[in-house]
Design a protein around this ligand. Structure first.
Ligand code: PLP
Length: 487
């Protein structure tokens, strides 16, 4: 252990932190809720701050360096988003406050809904879901409610391409459907013959990621969507890759019926380490009434004297609530700020540069790393992390060695259809200098793989912690602090 735990730093008898006198009357706590002994760490404030800041410096972050974690869209997060989310009027409102006292918050939610409708080409948006995976579940429950409402009870299948994110099949089974896996063809598209064979009146829908997780735009998208619609199914769009499409094409116009937006990816929020996120869903006209609520709405039009009045409404056939209160409001404020700062032209430039950066890296690396579906990509591409003449080296070793060169590893072993996958997403926020430095490190590692494979197998060497024993970490989970003395 390089760093002690805060409990181990504790020194009994340190001067206590002075708490202010309570400004409410003291009351007795119910019996059984108190305990005699509560061994909290005792330390001066300065040492607590230093301890946690030191720990934070052991982490890698997008504010420290390049973070090409494919599918996650780890773009630079403009600090003005944080300023906005911290404004007292946003940070200190209570979710149960009377709507008349939080008109600004409701206006912000309403405008973000309107912008997401415009960006995605949809008729309605709900900001409720807490993250992408939650948006998926919400979208599939909407599809379920739609079919059941029409009495279409035999629709029990959801079709999912084999390149999909693991959350897609998980969502399907959580929503009570049977998943049917569709193979990809040799160009990385959904295999049309297999899709055609599955299309019948038991299909509830298709979950499609476009661009897909190979970073490729579905070449037969229109045919895929028409086939599913033709048999009465609906098309769900996994919108995690929307960064590539902003201002270029709208999923709703392409025929997607439902889509989730990952606000924390496409519209920037720090999200390494697991949250919080926000995964609003957009839907086409025929699904609007099924959206989860509450949704911010203009409940009274304004006039020359009075601004409009905003409130919260529940759609007519709503699947209900999927999240407490109004969703992850802090992330909603950040996405709102980001979109306002970019403007329409800025969002379009995001997509242009994300795609350009990915193609630049793909072409710099594809002679050295095998890229199995090597065609013009969108915002990311997938290379193989293995060579026939360096048989011991695996994608994991390349990923670990990259840390020694100061880069966060790309996503690896996903998508599953590429062996030893390295999924690289540079995002639009990186400079050519950074991309070049990363490419140089990748080329150097390819050389090392032949010359000194052990250097890769035992990497990382320069980080605060070395190679973690992944089997032990998975099998012997220690999830709770246990002081030495208590065993
Ligand atoms: C990130 C991601 C998801 C899940 O989104 P979360 O916000 O992490 O729940 C789903 N699909 C794809 C393709 C993703 O990249």
């Amino acid at each position: 252990m390089a760093e002690p735990l805060i409990y181990e730093l504790s020194r009994a008898g340190c001067p206590p932190f002075p708490l202010p006198d309570p400004d409410v009357p003291l009351s007795e706590l119910p019996q059984g809720l108190t305990r005699e002994d509560l061994p909290l760490p005792e330390l001066p404030e300065s040492e607590v701050v230093r301890h946690f800041v030191r720990l934070s410096q052991l982490n890698y972050a997008v504010d420290i360096g390049f973070y090409p974690l494919g599918s996650c869209t780890m773009k630079y997060n403009p600090k003005i988003n944080e300023d906005a989310a911290r404004l007292p009027g946003f940070a200190f409102t209570h979710p149960l406050q009377d709507p008349e006292t939080v008109q600004g918050n409701l206006l912000l939610m309403y405008e973000l809904q309107e912008w997401l409708k415009e960006i995605g080409g949809f008729a309605g948006v709900s900001l409720q879901p807490a993250a992408g995976a939650h948006g998926e579940l919400t979208g599939i429950l909407i599809i379920r409610a739609y079919h059941l409402h029409r009495g279409d009870k035999q629709r029990t299948k959801i079709l999912i391409p084999d390149s999909a994110h693991g959350t897609n099949p998980a969502t399907t089974s959580m929503a009570g459907f049977t998943m049917v896996k569709l193979p990809s063809d040799e160009r990385g598209n959904v295999d049309l013959e297999s899709l055609r064979a599955e299309c019948d009146d038991t299909v509830a829908g298709l979950m499609l990621t476009n661009p897909n997780t190979l970073g490729l735009f579905e070449e037969h998208l229109q045919e895929v969507i028409d086939l599913v619609h033709g048999c009465g199914g609906l098309v769900y769009g996994d919108g995690a890759n929307l960064n590539a499409l902003l201002g270029v094409v709208r999923p709703g116009d392409l025929g997607f019926d439902v889509l989730h937006y990952n606000l924390h990816k496409t519209f920037s929020t720090p999200h390494g380490g697991g949250g919080p996120g926000s995964g609003p869903v957009g839907v086409c006209e025929r699904l609007v009434d099924f959206l989860p609520g509450p949704i911010a709405a203009k409940v009274e039009e304004g006039d020359d004297e009075m601004p409009p009045l905003f409130g919260l409404i529940m759609p007519a056939k709503s699947i209900g609530r999927v999240k407490a209160f109004q969703g992850h409001f802090g992330v909603i404020v950040r996405a709102y700020t980001y979109i306002r700062m970019q403007g329409a032209a800025g969002l379009r430039a995001v997509a242009d540069h994300a795609v350009l950066n990915a193609n630049y890296l793909r072409v710099r690396l594809h002679d050295t790393y095998h890229v199995p579906y090597d065609r013009i990509c969108m915002h990311e591409f997938v290379a193989e992390g293995r060579w026939d003449d360096a048989p011991q080296v695996r994608a994991l070793d390349i990923a670990k060695r990259l840390m020694d060169y100061g880069f966060h590893p790309p996503t690896n072993y996903f998508p599953l259809i590429v062996h030893e996958a390295l999924m690289i997403e540079p995002t639009e926020t990186e400079t050519k200098e950074t991309l070049d430095a990363f490419a140089r490190a990748m080329l150097k590692i390819a050389e090392e793989a032949r010359r000194d494979p052990e250097l890769l197998k035992s990497a990382p060497h320069e980080t605060p912690f070395g190679r973690v024993d992944e089997v032990r970490a998975a099998k012997q989970l220690i999830l709770r602090y246990q002081p030495e003395s208590q065993g």
